[in-house]
Design a protein around this ligand. Structure first.
Ligand code: THU
Length: 136
């Protein structure tokens, strides 16, 4: 997919799912949306747990939805959150995205007012370890 991704569609999907996040502990709700290689948009939200480390991030949910639907690659990502700081993916989620993306894959960071920043994945996770590092 070489055309510019439809970030408006990604924003709409991430903004729609963000209020449904289950975040009673941090009270920090996050939505994420992926444009996949099948042309569809997959969304996820964070789901926390009383056993704190068991909680999962919005990006993990979106990736699970993508894989469950049969898509194989991430063409673009948008993360939606609130607050003064950019809600960039955590380190673990950068690696999760890496598994299905390329160094150039765009990762947009949005808040209620729209997209605030855009990165290439390689900017967020340089010199990364990925599937090609492992012998097949
Ligand atoms: N969180 C995400 O879901 N995605 C991000 O990109 C940043 C952080 C969640 C994890 C946790 O439920 C809450 O936000 C506070 O860290």
């Amino acid at each position: 997919m070489s055309a510019e991704p439809d970030f408006d569609a990604l924003f709409a999907a991430a903004a729609a799912i963000q209020p449904r996040a289950y975040a009673p502990y941090s009270r920090f709700k996050v939505g994420a949306a992926i444009l996949a290689d099948d042309g569809a948009v997959y969304a996820g939200c964070n789901v926390e747990n009383a056993s704190y480390p068991v909680g999962s991030c919005a990006e993990a949910g979106a990736i699970a939805a993508m894989i469950g639907a049969g898509a194989q690659a991430i063409c673009a990502v948008l993360v939606f959150g609130e607050g003064a700081e950019l809600v960039t993916p955590c380190g673990a989620c950068r690696q999760r995205i890496r598994e299905f993306a390329t160094p150039e894959t765009p990762v947009a960071i949005a808040g209620p007012d729209g997209i605030r920043a855009r990165f290439a994945l390689v900017e967020l996770l340089p010199a990364s370890f990925g599937p090609a590092n492992l012998p097949r």
